[in-house]
Design a binder for this molecule. Sequence first.
Ligand SMILES: NC(=O)c1ccc[n+]([C@@H]2O[C@H](COP(=O)([O-])OP(=O)(O)OC[C@H]3O[C@@H](n4cnc5c(N)ncnc54)[C@H](O)[C@@H]3O)[C@@H](O)[C@H]2O)c1
Length: 432
Amino acid sequence: MDRLLQARQDIDRIDTELARLFEARMAAAAEIAVWKQAHGRPIRDKARERELLIRNSARIQDTALRPHYCAFLKDLMSRSRDYQEEILRPEGPTLLWVRTASGNYPVCLRRGILAQAGRLADLERVVFLVTDEGVPRTYAETVAAQCGRAVIHTVRQGEAGKSPAVLTALLESMLRAGLTRNDCVAAVGGGMVCDLAGLAASLYMRGIDFFSFPTTLLAMVDASVGGKTAVNLGGVKNAVGIFRQPRAVIIDTEVLATLSPRHVANGLAEAAKMVLTHDAALFARFEEPKGYGPVEDIIAACLQIKRAVVAADEQEQGLRRVLNFGHTLGHGIEAASGGALLHGECIALGMLPMCAPAVRNRLVPVLERMGLPTFGSFVFDPDAAMAAICHDKKAIDGGVEIVTVPEIGRFTFRKASLEELRQMLLTLIKKT
Ligand SMILES: NC(=O)c1ccc[n+]([C@@H]2O[C@H](COP(=O)([O-])OP(=O)(O)OC[C@H]3O[C@@H](n4cnc5c(N)ncnc54)[C@H](O)[C@@H]3O)[C@@H](O)[C@H]2O)c1
């Protein structure tokens, strides 16, 4: 009996590992499919399949098992092809895989995709949907209709929703709903909801699955991907949080139809941040008088940048700090604005003093066209902003690390003194 139990436990353990490897294999297959499509190659490569069969079956020591292994591998390769064909279907979503040390996950981007959420994410269980009172309820309801059982939990809107009190209430509600470790949390909202719900998912029963359905442009280009979760504490932004990658991110650009122009501009600020530091050609598109083209292209380009950065540095030990471009001053301005300015608007302001003059001259008209504030368009208390910057988790030894842009598409890291940051802030303030 003990041996039977042991064997069953072995199988469970091996199946768990196989499931993880299966996902990793399919993620690699998806990348290959995209590459083959871009290079006009067919999905099926019979010579390579034959080679894999011969090479891998030779690794099986037990000759009696070899035919079974070959059948298994053939089936796996056939499923891999099916999956590749599925993701390349013209009516299918744009699909990107984010690869990190703690797991790989897909980001699916397509207009109208919310109605297919159940096909793209494993929602056949209790799904605790977190949204806020400003997000049209129909989005959470569309997802809820595709879940095994759904509980919709609505929090207050705005940055005040990212608080320990709201987080505690959320966790208590999850407990009351009877969520088990096999159930999951899904965010249906902007960056605020994604940060809050992601943290709740990572804390509940030491971590349960989390899905992200971003509904603002800012969340689509940035907050929903990369696994940063947080709430604010004692006036310090994102003071309490954890890195926790979602299981999947599903982006339906149709929901942007209800987003206010100001919040669209807010998201464009984060897009400008990524493009300015990484992609000179795309920045030139922002300068086009005709506009920057379909929003899906901008989102896809930003996601490419973000996933490359996150893959290289999941926990912000190095390269990922580039995504803080504009945030040092931006967070200070956000705190000093007392809620008058949105996050992206503060980032827009915070980027300007970090750019070389020639870059700044090109950035200002782009931000203005997007409807974002630039030099002298806002009054704020520099002392309050400096106090927040000093509290900022990135303030070390009387200096703060900043990201600067010497030319479009390039960035550097350096330390700035608090006095230097104060002078930078003063250049932004509207003279009264
Ligand atoms: N985790 C990260 O990597 C990361 C990155 C960037 C920003 N952030 C965080 O994101 C937050 C800002 O996110 P945000 O700008 O999306 O703000 P938000 O989540 O507060 O949403 C803005 C407003 O839009 C409303 N809204 C959302 N979707 C809508 C829709 N489709 N139609 C109509 N209204 C809609 C919301 O109710 C809210 O009032 C900040 O807290 C910031 O710190 C996190």
